[in-house]
Design a protein around this ligand. Structure first.
Ligand code: AP5
Length: 220
């Protein structure tokens, strides 16, 4: 299956993507994670992306589409993938469609995670990430690590993302409403959108998502 995950910052896209990708046996492709890997490796792409990310803006389409295309063309993505954070505007959605059409394939479903804005702010303020790869995600209240500042899974140091400050989160939400939300209508015209609530225990949301994707597949 080729799935696009959509939702505001802090909706739980990364949290759910890891679980869904495992259950569906497809790779999880996160453009945010790819940019952060470039930043930690201090590549030219990382330097460029950081200036946009720290301001809460989208990284320019040209570099983002090229990076996503390169990742989707890796052998492990041949049978399907779960896109998290891409596409993020209508131009990127059109570019993705064009790319898939040339290979005779298409997006099978767009999973839209709904969560109220006040919950987003709480989730992002408390988020902590592991510095090691893959970067495990914690929350100081909702899923705290056993030992403060230390990853339960690999013992790595936990940190707070530079773009998780209150001011940048407000900007990221504005960008989501103006630039990313229109892709939901874009995909609705193709009959691909399934919307679920992203409130409640993480495992319940995964179950909700799997059932919604199964229904969507059965209806096609
Ligand atoms: P990206 O990394 O994609 O960030 P985002 O979309 O803003 O989403 P987040 O990672 O903040 O949140 P999430 O929905 O994954 O939530 P999470 O699961 O971590 O993008 C960052 C930047 O990169 C962009 O601003 C842009 O600059 C650039 N970029 C990326 N892609 C781009 C593109 N295509 N084009 C241009 N630029 C691009 O959960 C959040 C917290 O909540 C965690 O602490 C978690 O533990 C907790 N949590 C999760 N689920 C629950 C639950 N059910 N109950 C309680 N807590 C929960």
């Amino acid at each position: 299956m080729r799935i696009v995950l959509v939702g505001p910052p802090g909706a739980g896209k990364g949290t759910q993507a890891v679980r869904l990708a495992e259950k569906l046996a497809i790779p999880h492709i996160s453009t945010g994670d790819l940019f952060r890997a470039n930043i930690s490796q201090q590549t030219e792409l990382g330097k460029l992306a950081k200036s946009y990310m720290d301001a809460g803006n989208l990284v320019p389409d040209e570099v983002t589409i090229a990076m996503a295309k390169d990742r989707m063309e890796q052998p492990d993505a041949e049978g399907g993938f779960l896109l998290d954070g891409f596409p993020r505007n209508v131009s990127q959605a059109e570019a993705l469609d064009e790319l898939l059409v040339t290979e005779g394939i298409k997006v099978d479903a767009v999973l839209d995670l709904e969560v109220p804005e006040e919950e987003v702010v709480k989730r992002i303020a408390g988020r902590r990430l592991c510095r090691n790869e893959p970067s495990h995600v914690f929350h100081v209240t909702y899923s705290p690590p056993k030992k403060e500042g230390v990853c339960d899974i690999c013992g790595g140091e936990l940190y707070q993302r530079d773009d998780d400050s209150e001011e940048t989160v407000r900007k990221r939400l504005e960008v989501y409403h103006t630039q990313t939300e229109p892709i939901i209508d874009y995909y609705k015209t193709q009959g691909l959108v399934v919307t679920i609530s992203s409130l409640g225990p993480v495992d319940e949301i995964t179950q909700r998502a799997l059932e919604a994707l199964k229904r969507e597949k059965a209806e096609q």
